[in-house]
Design a protein around this ligand. Sequence first.
Ligand SMILES: *Cc1c(COP(=O)(O)O)cnc(C)c1O
Length: 369
Amino acid sequence: MFFEDELHSLKVQGLLREIKKLPKGILNFCSNDYLGLSQHPKVIEGAIQASKKYGAGSGAARLVSGNNPLMEELEQCLTQWKKTEAVLLFNSGYHANIGVIPALADENTIIFSDELNHASIIDGCRLSRAKVQVYPHNDMDHLEKQLAAHRQSAASCEPRALIITESVFSMEGDLAPLDDLKKIAEKYEALLYIDEAHAVGMFGEKGRGRVCHISENILTMGTLGKAFGSYGAFIAGSQVMKKYLLNKARSFIFATALPPASVGASLAALKIIQSREGEKLREELWSSVDVLNQELNLCQGDSPIFSIRMGDAKKTMQASTKLLRNNIYIQGIRPPTVPAGTSRLRLTLSARHTVREIKKLLENLKNIL
Ligand SMILES: *Cc1c(COP(=O)(O)O)cnc(C)c1O
Protein backbone atom coordinates (compact mmCIF):
# COMPACT_ATOMS: atom_id res chain seq x y z
CA MET A 1 0.00 0.00 0.00
CA PHE A 2 1.56 3.29 -1.13
CA PHE A 3 0.52 5.45 1.83
CA GLU A 4 1.71 2.95 4.41
CA ASP A 5 5.01 2.36 2.62
CA GLU A 6 5.66 6.03 2.41
CA LEU A 7 4.81 6.62 6.07
CA HIS A 8 6.98 3.68 7.10
CA SER A 9 9.88 5.07 5.14
CA LEU A 10 9.50 8.46 6.86
CA LYS A 11 9.41 6.73 10.24
CA VAL A 12 12.60 4.75 9.55
CA GLN A 13 14.38 7.97 8.63
CA GLY A 14 13.15 9.71 11.77
CA LEU A 15 11.15 12.12 9.62
CA LEU A 16 7.58 11.20 10.54
CA ARG A 17 5.55 14.20 11.67
CA GLU A 18 2.73 13.94 14.15
CA ILE A 19 0.58 16.52 15.86
CA LYS A 20 1.38 16.59 19.55
CA LYS A 21 -1.14 16.79 22.37
CA LEU A 22 0.56 19.14 24.75
CA PRO A 23 -0.05 18.77 28.46
CA LYS A 24 -1.26 21.87 30.26
CA GLY A 25 1.32 23.99 32.04
CA ILE A 26 4.07 23.13 29.64
CA LEU A 27 6.81 25.69 29.02
CA ASN A 28 6.58 26.49 25.33
CA PHE A 29 9.83 27.53 23.66
CA CYS A 30 8.83 27.00 20.04
CA SER A 31 6.00 29.39 19.39
CA ASN A 32 6.33 32.42 17.11
CA ASP A 33 4.10 34.41 19.46
CA TYR A 34 7.16 36.54 20.23
CA LEU A 35 5.40 39.25 22.20
CA GLY A 36 2.81 36.97 23.80
CA LEU A 37 0.06 38.99 22.13
CA SER A 38 -2.09 35.95 21.28
CA GLN A 39 -2.96 35.84 25.00
CA HIS A 40 -3.26 39.59 25.56
CA PRO A 41 -6.69 40.59 26.92
CA LYS A 42 -6.99 43.56 24.54
CA VAL A 43 -6.17 41.41 21.51
CA ILE A 44 -8.70 38.78 22.57
CA GLU A 45 -11.26 41.52 23.16
CA GLY A 46 -10.55 42.91 19.69
CA ALA A 47 -11.43 39.53 18.23
CA ILE A 48 -14.63 39.25 20.28
CA GLN A 49 -15.90 42.73 19.42
CA ALA A 50 -15.15 42.27 15.72
CA SER A 51 -17.06 38.98 15.67
CA LYS A 52 -20.03 40.52 17.45
CA LYS A 53 -20.18 43.35 14.97
CA TYR A 54 -19.34 41.56 11.71
CA GLY A 55 -19.96 37.87 12.33
CA ALA A 56 -17.84 34.77 12.54
CA GLY A 57 -16.82 34.61 8.91
CA SER A 58 -16.48 36.89 5.91
CA GLY A 59 -18.63 34.77 3.62
CA ALA A 60 -16.76 35.51 0.39
CA ALA A 61 -13.56 36.79 -1.12
CA ARG A 62 -12.92 40.48 -0.56
CA LEU A 63 -13.55 41.40 -4.19
CA VAL A 64 -16.97 39.75 -3.92
CA SER A 65 -18.77 40.54 -0.65
CA GLY A 66 -16.13 39.63 1.93
CA ASN A 67 -14.85 43.16 2.56
CA ASN A 68 -15.69 45.01 5.75
CA PRO A 69 -14.67 48.39 7.23
CA LEU A 70 -12.33 46.73 9.73
CA MET A 71 -10.15 45.39 6.94
CA GLU A 72 -9.81 48.85 5.46
CA GLU A 73 -9.07 50.29 8.86
CA LEU A 74 -6.36 47.69 9.45
CA GLU A 75 -4.80 48.41 6.03
CA GLN A 76 -4.87 52.12 6.82
CA CYS A 77 -3.24 51.65 10.21
CA LEU A 78 -0.60 49.29 8.82
CA THR A 79 0.15 51.79 6.04
CA GLN A 80 0.77 54.59 8.55
CA TRP A 81 2.82 52.36 10.81
CA LYS A 82 4.99 51.06 7.96
CA LYS A 83 5.29 54.60 6.52
CA THR A 84 4.50 53.20 3.13
CA GLU A 85 2.03 54.13 0.41
CA ALA A 86 -0.27 51.17 0.59
CA VAL A 87 -0.93 47.86 2.28
CA LEU A 88 -2.90 44.85 1.06
CA LEU A 89 -4.07 42.16 3.46
CA PHE A 90 -3.65 38.47 2.70
CA ASN A 91 -5.11 35.50 4.54
CA SER A 92 -1.70 34.30 5.74
CA GLY A 93 1.97 34.56 4.98
CA TYR A 94 1.67 31.36 2.99
CA HIS A 95 -1.15 32.84 0.91
CA ALA A 96 0.87 36.00 0.38
CA ASN A 97 3.96 34.19 -0.86
CA ILE A 98 2.15 31.80 -3.17
CA GLY A 99 0.03 34.65 -4.53
CA VAL A 100 2.41 37.58 -4.78
CA ILE A 101 5.45 35.79 -6.22
CA PRO A 102 3.54 34.36 -9.22
CA ALA A 103 1.93 37.80 -9.67
CA LEU A 104 5.37 39.40 -9.92
CA ALA A 105 7.13 36.71 -11.93
CA ASP A 106 6.37 34.55 -14.96
CA GLU A 107 8.26 32.57 -17.61
CA ASN A 108 10.04 35.78 -18.58
CA THR A 109 11.43 36.41 -15.13
CA ILE A 110 14.46 35.14 -13.31
CA ILE A 111 14.08 34.81 -9.57
CA PHE A 112 17.17 34.97 -7.36
CA SER A 113 16.28 33.22 -4.12
CA ASP A 114 18.33 32.68 -0.93
CA GLU A 115 18.96 28.99 -0.33
CA LEU A 116 17.38 29.14 3.12
CA ASN A 117 14.14 30.81 2.05
CA HIS A 118 10.92 29.45 3.56
CA ALA A 119 8.87 26.68 1.92
CA SER A 120 6.09 29.14 1.04
CA ILE A 121 8.60 31.20 -0.97
CA ILE A 122 9.82 28.08 -2.73
CA ASP A 123 6.23 27.14 -3.57
CA GLY A 124 5.52 30.66 -4.81
CA CYS A 125 8.56 30.45 -7.08
CA ARG A 126 7.41 27.08 -8.46
CA LEU A 127 3.90 28.35 -9.13
CA SER A 128 5.27 31.36 -10.99
CA ARG A 129 6.97 29.15 -13.62
CA ALA A 130 9.90 31.56 -13.54
CA LYS A 131 13.46 30.36 -13.81
CA VAL A 132 14.89 30.21 -10.29
CA GLN A 133 18.53 30.70 -9.36
CA VAL A 134 19.25 29.85 -5.76
CA TYR A 135 22.14 31.75 -4.21
CA PRO A 136 24.17 30.54 -1.20
CA HIS A 137 22.77 31.86 2.07
CA ASN A 138 23.36 35.62 2.42
CA ASP A 139 26.22 35.45 -0.10
CA MET A 140 26.05 38.87 -1.75
CA ASP A 141 29.13 38.38 -3.95
CA HIS A 142 27.57 35.29 -5.41
CA LEU A 143 24.23 37.00 -5.94
CA GLU A 144 25.89 39.90 -7.70
CA LYS A 145 27.82 37.56 -9.99
CA GLN A 146 24.59 35.76 -10.90
CA LEU A 147 22.86 39.06 -11.67
CA ALA A 148 25.79 40.31 -13.73
CA ALA A 149 25.84 37.08 -15.76
CA HIS A 150 22.10 37.32 -16.22
CA ARG A 151 22.36 40.88 -17.48
CA GLN A 152 25.09 39.97 -19.95
CA SER A 153 23.23 37.02 -21.39
CA ALA A 154 19.92 38.85 -21.53
CA ALA A 155 21.02 41.28 -24.29
CA SER A 156 17.94 42.69 -26.03
CA CYS A 157 14.68 41.53 -24.47
CA GLU A 158 15.94 41.38 -20.93
CA PRO A 159 13.87 39.17 -18.65
CA ARG A 160 12.88 40.82 -15.42
CA ALA A 161 14.83 39.99 -12.28
CA LEU A 162 13.29 39.44 -8.85
CA ILE A 163 15.36 38.96 -5.70
CA ILE A 164 13.66 37.23 -2.78
CA THR A 165 14.94 36.96 0.76
CA GLU A 166 13.74 36.63 4.30
CA SER A 167 14.58 39.55 6.54
CA VAL A 168 15.15 37.41 9.65
CA PHE A 169 15.65 33.79 8.67
CA SER A 170 13.02 31.60 10.24
CA MET A 171 15.22 28.61 11.07
CA GLU A 172 18.70 30.10 11.62
CA GLY A 173 17.50 33.30 13.23
CA ASP A 174 20.17 35.31 11.40
CA LEU A 175 19.63 38.49 9.41
CA ALA A 176 19.76 39.23 5.70
CA PRO A 177 22.14 42.08 4.70
CA LEU A 178 19.32 44.36 3.61
CA ASP A 179 21.42 47.40 2.73
CA ASP A 180 23.56 45.36 0.35
CA LEU A 181 20.50 43.70 -1.14
CA LYS A 182 18.92 47.09 -1.78
CA LYS A 183 22.07 48.37 -3.49
CA ILE A 184 22.36 45.27 -5.65
CA ALA A 185 18.66 45.38 -6.57
CA GLU A 186 19.00 49.00 -7.59
CA LYS A 187 22.18 48.44 -9.58
CA TYR A 188 20.68 45.59 -11.58
CA GLU A 189 17.19 47.06 -11.75
CA ALA A 190 15.72 44.10 -9.98
CA LEU A 191 12.60 44.00 -7.85
CA LEU A 192 13.29 43.12 -4.22
CA TYR A 193 10.78 41.08 -2.21
CA ILE A 194 11.49 40.84 1.50
CA ASP A 195 9.66 38.40 3.77
CA GLU A 196 9.51 39.98 7.24
CA ALA A 197 7.53 37.19 8.92
CA HIS A 198 10.00 37.09 11.83
CA ALA A 199 10.82 40.79 11.92
CA VAL A 200 7.60 42.80 12.21
CA GLY A 201 6.67 43.48 15.81
CA MET A 202 10.18 42.90 17.18
CA PHE A 203 12.62 44.84 15.02
CA GLY A 204 12.91 48.50 14.17
CA GLU A 205 11.36 51.60 15.63
CA LYS A 206 7.86 50.86 16.95
CA GLY A 207 8.35 47.26 15.84
CA ARG A 208 8.02 48.32 12.22
CA GLY A 209 10.39 45.62 11.01
CA ARG A 210 13.82 45.84 9.46
CA VAL A 211 12.67 47.53 6.26
CA CYS A 212 11.80 51.11 7.07
CA HIS A 213 12.08 52.76 3.66
CA ILE A 214 9.94 51.11 1.07
CA SER A 215 10.80 52.45 -2.37
CA GLU A 216 9.29 51.67 -5.73
CA ASN A 217 11.28 48.50 -6.37
CA ILE A 218 10.77 47.03 -2.89
CA LEU A 219 7.87 45.06 -1.47
CA THR A 220 7.73 43.61 2.00
CA MET A 221 5.53 40.95 3.46
CA GLY A 222 4.69 40.82 7.15
CA THR A 223 2.67 38.16 8.94
CA LEU A 224 -0.02 38.79 11.53
CA GLY A 225 0.17 35.26 12.93
CA LYS A 226 3.53 35.56 14.65
CA ALA A 227 4.46 38.62 16.73
CA PHE A 228 0.96 40.01 16.14
CA GLY A 229 -0.52 36.97 17.89
CA SER A 230 -3.43 36.87 15.44
CA TYR A 231 -3.71 35.50 11.89
CA GLY A 232 -3.20 36.89 8.40
CA ALA A 233 -0.50 38.77 6.54
CA PHE A 234 0.07 41.96 4.60
CA ILE A 235 2.08 43.30 1.73
CA ALA A 236 3.45 46.83 2.02
CA GLY A 237 4.42 48.68 -1.13
CA SER A 238 3.33 51.36 -3.53
CA GLN A 239 -0.26 52.30 -4.38
CA VAL A 240 0.11 50.96 -7.90
CA MET A 241 1.54 47.70 -6.55
CA LYS A 242 -1.55 47.26 -4.39
CA LYS A 243 -3.84 47.79 -7.36
CA TYR A 244 -1.76 45.39 -9.40
CA LEU A 245 -1.72 42.67 -6.73
CA LEU A 246 -5.42 42.74 -6.06
CA ASN A 247 -5.91 42.10 -9.77
CA LYS A 248 -3.19 39.49 -10.13
CA ALA A 249 -2.59 37.58 -6.90
CA ARG A 250 -4.76 34.51 -7.19
CA SER A 251 -4.63 33.64 -3.48
CA PHE A 252 -6.13 37.07 -2.80
CA ILE A 253 -8.77 36.88 -5.51
CA PHE A 254 -9.97 33.32 -5.04
CA ALA A 255 -10.03 32.81 -1.27
CA THR A 256 -12.57 33.82 1.35
CA ALA A 257 -11.41 36.95 3.19
CA LEU A 258 -10.00 36.78 6.72
CA PRO A 259 -12.56 36.25 9.47
CA PRO A 260 -13.45 39.53 11.26
CA ALA A 261 -12.09 38.15 14.55
CA SER A 262 -8.56 37.92 13.12
CA VAL A 263 -8.77 41.43 11.73
CA GLY A 264 -10.07 42.83 15.03
CA ALA A 265 -7.32 41.04 16.93
CA SER A 266 -4.66 42.36 14.53
CA LEU A 267 -5.93 45.94 14.95
CA ALA A 268 -5.65 45.64 18.72
CA ALA A 269 -2.22 44.02 18.42
CA LEU A 270 -0.97 46.80 16.16
CA LYS A 271 -2.04 49.42 18.71
CA ILE A 272 -0.04 47.61 21.39
CA ILE A 273 2.99 47.08 19.16
CA GLN A 274 3.20 50.84 18.52
CA SER A 275 2.61 51.86 22.11
CA ARG A 276 4.81 52.21 25.18
CA GLU A 277 3.56 48.76 26.21
CA GLY A 278 4.90 47.29 22.97
CA GLU A 279 8.21 49.00 23.63
CA LYS A 280 8.33 47.36 27.03
CA LEU A 281 7.49 43.93 25.60
CA ARG A 282 10.31 44.31 23.09
CA GLU A 283 12.71 45.32 25.86
CA GLU A 284 11.76 42.23 27.85
CA LEU A 285 12.15 40.00 24.82
CA TRP A 286 15.57 41.35 23.88
CA SER A 287 16.83 41.16 27.43
CA SER A 288 15.94 37.43 27.45
CA VAL A 289 17.78 37.11 24.13
CA ASP A 290 20.85 38.64 25.83
CA VAL A 291 20.66 36.15 28.68
CA LEU A 292 20.56 33.19 26.28
CA ASN A 293 23.40 34.62 24.25
CA GLN A 294 25.58 34.90 27.31
CA GLU A 295 24.73 31.44 28.61
CA LEU A 296 24.53 29.34 25.48
CA ASN A 297 27.50 30.42 23.43
CA LEU A 298 25.89 29.58 20.09
CA CYS A 299 27.53 32.47 18.21
CA GLN A 300 24.13 33.96 17.49
CA GLY A 301 22.09 36.63 19.07
CA ASP A 302 20.59 38.54 16.18
CA SER A 303 17.02 37.51 16.93
CA PRO A 304 14.80 35.62 19.40
CA ILE A 305 15.33 32.48 17.27
CA PHE A 306 18.09 30.12 18.41
CA SER A 307 19.17 27.15 16.41
CA ILE A 308 20.78 24.28 18.31
CA ARG A 309 22.31 22.03 15.69
CA MET A 310 22.13 18.29 16.38
CA GLY A 311 22.71 17.04 12.83
CA ASP A 312 20.89 13.74 12.91
CA ALA A 313 17.07 13.77 12.72
CA LYS A 314 16.51 10.96 15.23
CA LYS A 315 18.94 12.41 17.74
CA THR A 316 17.15 15.74 17.45
CA MET A 317 13.75 14.21 18.16
CA GLN A 318 15.15 12.27 21.13
CA ALA A 319 16.50 15.50 22.61
CA SER A 320 13.11 17.14 22.11
CA THR A 321 11.34 14.20 23.81
CA LYS A 322 13.76 14.32 26.72
CA LEU A 323 13.09 18.03 27.26
CA LEU A 324 9.36 17.41 27.05
CA ARG A 325 9.60 14.94 29.94
CA ASN A 326 10.76 17.90 32.01
CA ASN A 327 7.88 20.03 30.77
CA ILE A 328 9.94 21.99 28.27
CA TYR A 329 8.70 22.02 24.73
CA ILE A 330 11.21 22.72 21.96
CA GLN A 331 10.28 21.20 18.64
CA GLY A 332 12.92 19.39 16.62
CA ILE A 333 13.25 20.66 13.06
CA ARG A 334 14.14 18.13 10.37
CA PRO A 335 14.32 17.89 6.59
CA PRO A 336 12.67 19.02 4.41
CA THR A 337 12.19 22.11 6.59
CA VAL A 338 15.99 22.35 6.87
CA PRO A 339 18.71 20.75 4.67
CA ALA A 340 19.61 17.09 5.35
CA GLY A 341 22.18 16.66 8.14
CA THR A 342 21.28 19.98 9.78
CA SER A 343 18.43 18.83 12.02
CA ARG A 344 18.19 20.99 15.07
CA LEU A 345 16.22 22.18 18.03
CA ARG A 346 14.72 25.53 17.15
CA LEU A 347 14.21 27.55 20.26
CA THR A 348 12.25 30.78 20.28
CA LEU A 349 11.80 33.27 23.07
CA SER A 350 8.75 35.30 23.91
CA ALA A 351 8.32 38.44 25.98
CA ARG A 352 6.05 36.34 28.20
CA HIS A 353 8.84 34.06 29.38
CA THR A 354 9.83 34.94 32.92
CA VAL A 355 13.39 35.06 34.26
CA ARG A 356 12.61 31.92 36.22
CA GLU A 357 11.36 30.07 33.15
CA ILE A 358 14.47 31.00 31.20
CA LYS A 359 16.56 29.72 34.08
CA LYS A 360 14.73 26.40 33.98
CA LEU A 361 15.27 26.22 30.23
CA LEU A 362 18.99 26.78 30.60
CA GLU A 363 19.35 24.13 33.30
CA ASN A 364 17.61 21.59 31.10
CA LEU A 365 19.49 22.54 27.95
CA LYS A 366 22.80 22.05 29.69
CA ASN A 367 21.80 18.44 30.36
CA ILE A 368 21.29 17.64 26.71
CA LEU A 369 24.04 19.68 25.05
C1 LIG B 1 5.66 31.47 8.94
C2 LIG B 1 6.26 31.98 7.71
C3 LIG B 1 5.48 32.24 6.58
C4 LIG B 1 4.04 31.86 6.53
O1 LIG B 1 3.27 32.74 7.28
P1 LIG B 1 1.87 32.23 7.87
O2 LIG B 1 1.16 33.49 8.20
O3 LIG B 1 2.17 31.37 9.03
O4 LIG B 1 1.20 31.47 6.76
C5 LIG B 1 6.09 32.82 5.50
N1 LIG B 1 7.40 33.12 5.50
C6 LIG B 1 8.19 32.85 6.55
C7 LIG B 1 9.63 33.21 6.49
C8 LIG B 1 7.65 32.27 7.68
O5 LIG B 1 8.43 31.96 8.72
